[in-house]
Each structure stands twice: as C-alpha cells, then as structure tokens.
Design a protein around this ligand. Sequence first.
Ligand SMILES: Cc1cc2nc3c(=O)[nH]c(=O)nc-3n(C[C@H](O)[C@H](O)[C@H](O)COP(=O)(O)OP(=O)(O)OC[C@H]3O[C@@H](n4cnc5c(N)ncnc54)[C@H](O)[C@@H]3O)c2cc1C
Length: 397
Amino acid sequence: MPESEILVIGGGIAGTSTAYHLAMGGHNVVLLERGEIASEASGVNAGNIGAIGWGDSPNLQSHLTMGSLELFKSLQLDLGFDIKFRNSGCIQAIQTEQEYDFIRDRVLSLRSRGYSVELLTNRETRSIEPDFSPELPGCMYISLRAQADPRKATMAFASAAAQQGARILTHHEVTGITVLDDGTYQVAVSGEDFHAEKVVLATGAWCGQLGEMLGIRIPIVPVRGQMWATSVLPPRVFHTLSESPLQWHQEQGNSSELPPELTHNGETRTTRHLYGRQTQAGEIIFGGDRQVSDYDLNIDAEGIEVNRGQAVEVMPFLKDVPISRTWAGTMPFSLDGPPIIGKIPQRENLYIVSGMASSGFGRGPMAGKLLADYIHSGHRPQVLAESDPARCVTSIE
Ligand SMILES: Cc1cc2nc3c(=O)[nH]c(=O)nc-3n(C[C@H](O)[C@H](O)[C@H](O)COP(=O)(O)OP(=O)(O)OC[C@H]3O[C@@H](n4cnc5c(N)ncnc54)[C@H](O)[C@@H]3O)c2cc1C
C-alpha cells in the first residue's frame, strides 16, 4: 500500500497550493486528483484576483486576498511560471446615482480603514478604460486587483509542489476513506489503497461527498457559475471589470437553506452580477450567475443573455460582438458564507480547505498556505479562527 505522511485530495487551486506549501516544509505529500489538475472550477473560472489591501486590522479576507496576490506574483516573477499574471486593477461599474452615493460612502469607509479603493467619475473612468459607457456615473477603482490564467496558475502550483518532492497523481478518484484504529487513514482509489497519517480535503464542491465517506456532514453546496467569451480581439479591455448588487453588501449567511450572494433562488432570478476581463490571448470573457446546481453544467442560455446585456451596459461596443463559446463550472459555497479552512474536530488528523465560493481562485493560494502552516507547526494561525470547521461541520448520526 503506498504510504505518505499527508494525503491531499483534490487538484484545484486549494489542493495544489496546500501540497506545494506542505512539500516546501519538508513533508512527504501525495496529492490525489480524480481528473486532470484544474479540471473543475479552478481551471474554468474568470481568473480575476480580488484584493483591496491589508487594511488597519487585517482579517481573514485580507490575508487570503493579499497573501494570494503575493503568491501569484511569486509564481510569475520569482519561480518563472508563465501564468499570465497582470496587476491590471479593477473597474467596478456604478449603474445609478443611488448606487454612486452608496459606493461613495463605501469608499470613504474603506479608505478610513486603510484599504486602497477610489471613486472615479465617468470621465476619470473613461480616461483609463476608454470603452467604458459614457452613460454610467463612474466606478469604484481598485488598483490592487489582478488577473491570471486560472488553469496555468493551478498547474503551476502542482508543478511547484512536484519540484518540492510531492507526488501528484491524476486520474486517482477517491471512493472510500477508512479511519484505522491508530487514527491514520486508509484511502481507497480504484482498486488501490493509500495509507496516510493525515488527510486534507480539498475537493471543492465535492467536499460533502468526501465528508459522507467519513461519517461527517460538511455544509458545502455546489453552485453553478457560467461564462461566455468573444472570439480573439485586439486589446480593448484593460482592467478586470465587475459589478455587484447593492443588497449583497448587507447580506448575511443564513446557514440553513441557501448560501448568501446567489443570483437565483431555485430557478427564479433574484438579481444579476457581472465580472469579466480580456485574456492575454484576446478573448473577452464575462460571467456572473450563481445558481445552486446539483452539479448540472448545462448552460442556461437566458442567463448568458442577461449577463451579456449587463456587460453591454458597461462596455457598449460588446453589443456588436458575437459570443463565440460558453462554459460552466461548479463553485464550492459554504452555507453560512465564510470559507471552511482548518482541522475537522470530529476526526483525528483530518483537515479541510474549501468553501471559497465565487472568489476561490483569488483566495485559494493563501488558503492552502495557511492550512499548510497550521499542519506544519501544529498551531492554528490566528486568522483561521474565522474559518474554523467546528462552526459548521457535524457528525452524521
Ligand atoms: C464560472 C466560474 C467563474 C469564477 N470566477 C472566479 C474569479 O474570477 N475569481 C475567483 O477568485 N474565483 C472565481 N471562481 C471561483 C473559483 O473558481 C473557485 O472558488 C475555486 O476554483 C475553488 O477551488 P478548489 O480547489 O476549492 O475546488 P476545485 O477547483 O473544484 O477543485 C476540487 C478538485 O477536487 C477533485 N475531486 C473531487 N472529488 C474527488 C475525489 N473523490 N477524488 C479525487 N479528486 C476529487 C475535482 O476533480 C477537482 O479538481 C469562479 C468559478 C466559476 C465556476
């Protein structure tokens, strides 16, 4: 039976970063991925990296976003992986005068707490993003935000982990997990058993299924995100673009039925949402819908049209640009909102890094590093108190 000290299950951004940082710390690591590296959300997302700064009193969100930003930079600039990283900045479009007032107050509040955001008028916005609609009041400009190729970045973490000695095994689907009498793990993978002292669950929207193998309930819900792309065009969009409904700024997780910040309740649209960018290769890509999916990756054509209409409001030239392809992926939303990163209290030596919802590409690298630091040192980094699995993971009776 193949032996390792630590088995990381899942080859998305969270699992590959965890494996890399554990291997850097000298641990004997095996990563098991059922498909290819980055074959799920981590390979198909929009590649937007969100960060607004450390702020005066850095919380988990600051650590995950700013820490990940540095890790992406390091992959590209220090380790030599061409992940198409660019600190492009982000334009968060403002649609109405009422929203402009809200964002003005928000910018003042964020700046007073040490974050790097600015309120730009329409003229100022168009001077840095020339195709921005002349009809909109302006934008919130976030200079720290960045972008990278999601698949290349996730593959880079896997390669960096392998360079540090981790074994990365693709086409290895975990079908069963047994806790042995001594608290170690036997993990079944299509006819072969692996043995490990510690297990890390990094299986994104499939964490619930892995939890069931262990007799625990992990409240992570699969949420479909869908995207569309134009054909390859000359450079036209220079920043990442986004827009969020006002209500999300006040919304709290309810931890009962639906995660917060969805665009749909069942089949009914409750709001719309937008994010996008132009890739280095030249495609302009946009998405935004978030709908509880049960792993259904069929495209909702109506949702794509709504999203496209919203993109046209922000960048009117897109009206005449046809859609050349669409795709979807499954995001891991925790029911109450925050990520789930840390030690699972119901079992010995069992850890999880997941629940990063719609911004797990931009937060996954640091989530993996923080979890690796925890396992390496035996001491939980203080900021992980906010993501403690103990708040929501329960035993299945
Ligand atoms: C359309 C879309 C757009 C998005 N845009 C952005 C964005 O712009 N910015 C951003 O920050 N985030 C974005 N996200 C969210 C982001 O992609 C996710 O939060 C993040 O990729 C989750 O990473 P993960 O490693 O936790 O999960 P995943 O990438 O899903 O990785 C989990 C892995 O576990 C594997 N696995 C599952 N079960 C098993 C098993 N039994 N055995 C072995 N392996 C298993 C899967 O095959 C998968 O590869 C977007 C997501 C989508 C779908």
